[in-house]
Design a protein around this ligand. Structure first.
Ligand code: NDP
Length: 310
């Protein structure tokens, strides 16, 4: 078996080592533009360069080193539909998301963002305690990662809401779905956590109109993709106090440009796309398991539905 590997950062050695550990019988071929490549069975990559598309059209399946498919969907026209594009399912990202989101939610609920600002100003002042009943947490997208986050939040006793594409029945969670469920979801969530895939339907889902449906003084945590938020709409809503704070891990343009106004807004907390990092060994282990299934002619899970876009 031959695996075609592409890493934009060029750091292929640790991936080759992990594939050797998990699949010693496989040969890993590093993709390089213009190189004379032998025929490969599977490709492993995140965003392919344009020049790689012809080679991708010749493999049996493509394995993404991330959970989202948006990076490759823009090239999907060049990849024949019979070639499955397989994403990572959790692979150690669920627990990281749970840590990140739980931390962000508790920071707002316990007003630690305000205490941080007070401490910088040398102010000793106890703020009023909040009531959990007034602090429902709404998770947009309750797939592999969102459902992990919901479970992590349960022990704290917040009212929980979920919004998905299809109807869900989650114990202890008020579930909403589809465009008809969006207003009810947004209107009853004090913190909105975006964990959606980026698709034609979800781009700019958090625009001014939708953010205005959230209660006054709400919070946003975005760990999905930057383009889920209409960035120019967010800042005025924060300045007006309608949105009390936002924790953003993903941005329309990454790295976030130095002149971007978000850097200057203390109520926006910025992290550099780290809420759930790809853990290489977990990911290689999962991909190898699926490659073996595919090679045996078995059905492989987590194939991107190209019509839905995720
Ligand atoms: P899944 O595909 O498992 O789950 C996606 C969820 O979003 C599902 O519940 C799905 O609904 C819902 N959804 C999709 N489209 C819509 C829509 N139009 N309206 C309402 N709900 C919708 O994905 P994962 O949980 O594995 O990952 C989610 C996203 O997290 C990734 O696509 C990626 O963008 C982001 N991510 C970010 C990382 C980071 O470091 N910041 C790291 C990893 C992922 P349904 O259940 O009905 O299908």
């Amino acid at each position: 078996m031959r695996i075609l590997l592409y890493r934009a950062d060029g750091n292929t050695a640790p991936w080759i080592k992990d594939f050797a550990d998990f699949m010693p019988e496989a040969e890993v071929v590093v993709w390089r533009e213009g190189a004379d490549l032998p025929p490969c069975d599977y490709a492993v990559l995140w965003t392919p360069p344009q020049a790689m598309l012809a080679d991708l059209a010749r493999v049996k399946a493509i394995f993404l080193t991330g959970a989202g498919a948006d990076a490759i969907m823009k090239y999907s026209h060049a990849i024949p539909p019979h070639i499955p594009i397989v994403r990572l399912n959790d692979a150690g990202m669920g627990i990281q998301m749970a840590e990140y989101v739980t931390h962000s939610v508790l920071r707002y609920f316990r007003r630690l963002d305000e205490y941080e600002a007070q401490a910088r100003a040398g102010a000793w002042l106890q703020l009023e305690a909040r009531d959990k009943a007034d602090f429902p947490i709404g998770v947009m997208g309750v797939g592999a990662l969102g459902s992990h986050v919901i479970e992590a939040l349960k022990p704290f006793g917040f009212p929980l809401r979920a919004w998905s594409r299809s109807p869900k029945s989650l114990t202890g969670v008020e579930s909403f779905h589809g465009s008809e469920g969006l207003d009810g979801f947004l209107g009853s969530s004090r913190v909105v956590v975006c964990m959606l895939p980026l698709t034609e339907e979800t781009v700019h889902i958090l625009n001014r109109t939708n953010m205005m449906k959230m209660p006054q003084g709400s919070y946003i945590v975005n760990v999905g993709r930057g383009a889920h938020i209409s960035e120019p709409d967010l800042l005025p809503l924060i300045k007006a106090g309608h949105i009390a704070g936002a924790t953003l891990d993903v941005f329309r343009s990454e790295p976030l440009p130095a002149q971007h106004p978000f850097w200057q807004e203390p109520r926006i907390t910025i992290t550099p796309h780290i809420s759930a990092l790809t853990l290489r060994r977990e990911s290689v282990g999962q991909m190898v398991g699926k490659m073996r299934q595919h090679a045996r002619g078995e059905e492989v899970a987590d194939v991107i539905n190209r019509t839905k876009g995720y």
